[in-house]
Design a protein around this ligand. Structure first.
Ligand code: LLP
Length: 431
């Protein structure tokens, strides 16, 4: 995908840079992002709305991968930004992100986080629950500061990768329940909150979604409620945020839809249902994370020890693992990979790729066909750009790898490799 190819040396090239050169320069493991591909995807999301003449905001869900440089990149692309914590907000502000483009999420914002959001005058709060609504009312009233909000609702649609369950009852920690009167109550409460401007509603149905049916169902439910509330409270839905969740390809088993297809279906549904219900067409906001950065990132590891269990399995270990990619261990997530130092060599053997953490579950890939492994091959694992670095940890005191951006033959070190001293930076000696 993106600008990845096999070069004349039979090496994996990404962003016009030989991955072996990156390994030589930065060591392993290393995360590499194809930033041109990220920009192309950001532009594709926005163009999909522009082509239909639909007012929209595309917010990068930065939980997928957050750091100074990616915020700067997204700001330059005129993207809106979804942050879910004081830490993400702080980093975005350090990146000079235009604050009016920032959407502040989170199901348990602290008072300090709320105040920081107000101080920076973020574009909107996505209000998750009654506690937050009350605190926000309190602080905006004390400060006499208007704040835009979206009310997050759980529409009772849960999108699992391939099947959609339309449940009567919503068992989720997020948002106001749309089915038991709590969402109504929230809307009603905001009518008496003088500094809260409700712009609209937010719903997010899940992640790594390959079909459009779940979005359509959620849109129907939310718009029908908006219609009820229009009568009941004179509620005006200016913005409908349908969340993120657009799927990407990790392995050949995944069949994501083109970005345009997701967006066109969403637009069609909102247009059609709004018309049927006699509602004005709202702005449509989305917040993709994975689909912007996921398949733009790869991880390069060096291979090391092997363990062969005759007739059972060949383990091949790499110099990283669940500390830099916890998704296989946590979600049973599937990945694929190649030897970046000899990409098109004939595959000869089935390997299972083990990490180096002290845990049996630390396996990155089960059953990956590869050429006969030599010591010190470079294994490239694909589509590690989302929720990889973002969820990286220091289990076993393994320092987090660096992040390198590549584009047009140029590499840029976005995040340095951690060292052992970094790991001890916050520690105090007992004696
Ligand atoms: N908006 C909201 C409200 C969300 O909760 C999420 C993801 C997104 C947008 C972005 O979803 P995306 O476009 O990236 O699918 N750690 C998990 C994924 C957790 C997703 C949490 N919320 C993983 O590694 O698969």
């Amino acid at each position: 995908t993106g600008t990845m190819k096999i070069n004349e040396k039979n090496h994996l090239e990404i962003g016009g840079v030989d991955s072996l050169d990156l390994v030589e320069k930065y060591g392993t493991p290393i995360y590499v992002y194809d930033t041109l591909y990220i920009k192309e995807k950001a532009r594709a999301f926005k163009a999909a709305f522009e082509n239909r003449g639909v007012a929209a905001q595309v917010a990068y869900a930065s939980k997928a991968f957050s750091c100074l440089a990616i915020y700067q990149l997204m700001a330059k692309e005129n993207m809106s930004l979804d942050v879910v914590s004081g830490g993400e907000l702080y980093t975005a502000i350090k990146a000079d992100y235009p604050s009016e483009k920032i959407h502040f999420h989170g199901n348990n914002k602290s008072d300090a986080e709320i105040i920081t959001g107000l101080d920076y005058r973020v574009g909107c709060f996505v209000v998750d629950n009654f506690h937050e609504l009350n605190q926000l009312n309190k602080f905006t009233s004390i400060r006499k500061q208007m704040m835009n909000v979206l009310i997050r609702v759980t529409p009772g649609v849960e999108a699992h990768t391939h099947d959609y369950i339309s449940t009567g009852q919503n068992d989720s920690k997020f948002g106001f329940d749309l089915t038991n009167g709590q969402a109504e109550m929230a809307i009603e409460l905001t009518r008496k909150m003088p500094f809260i401007n409700v712009m609209g509603l937010h719903s997010h149905i899940g992640s790594q979604i390959f079909e459009t049916e779940g979005f359509n169902l959620a849109i129907d439910k939310v718009l029908n409620k908006a219609k009820e509330w229009k009568k009941q409270f004179d509620f005006k839905l200016k913005v409908l945020n349908v969340g993120g969740g657009f799927g990407i390809r990790y392995t050949t088993e995944d069949e994501p839809l083109p970005i345009e297809t997701y967006i066109n279906t969403i637009i069609d549904e909102v247009e059609q249902v709004s018309k049927e219900l006699g509602l004005e067409m709202p702005e449509i906001w989305i917040e993709p994370g994975r689909s912007l950065v996921g398949d733009a990132g790869i991880t390069l590891y060096q291979t090391g020890s092997q363990k062969e269990i005759p007739d059972v399995r060949n383990y091949l270990a790499v110099d990283g693992g669940m500390s830099d990619n916890i998704r296989p261990a946590l979600y049973n997530a599937k990945y694929t990979g190649v030897f970046a130092n000899r990409v098109s060599d004939q595959t000869e053997k089935m390997y299972s790729i083990a990490g180096k953490c002290c845990e049996s579950g630390d396996m990155l890939i089960w059953d990956l066909p590869l050429p006969e492994a030599q010591t010190q091959d470079i294994l490239a694992v694909f589509s590690t750009g989302a929720y990889g670095y973002a969820m990286a940890n220091n289990y076993n005191r393994i320092p987090r790898p660096p992040v390198v951006f590549v584009e047009n033959g140029v590499d840029f070190l976005a995040i340095e490799r951690e060292n052992y001293a970094d790991l001890m930076r916050l520690e105090r000696s007992l004696i």
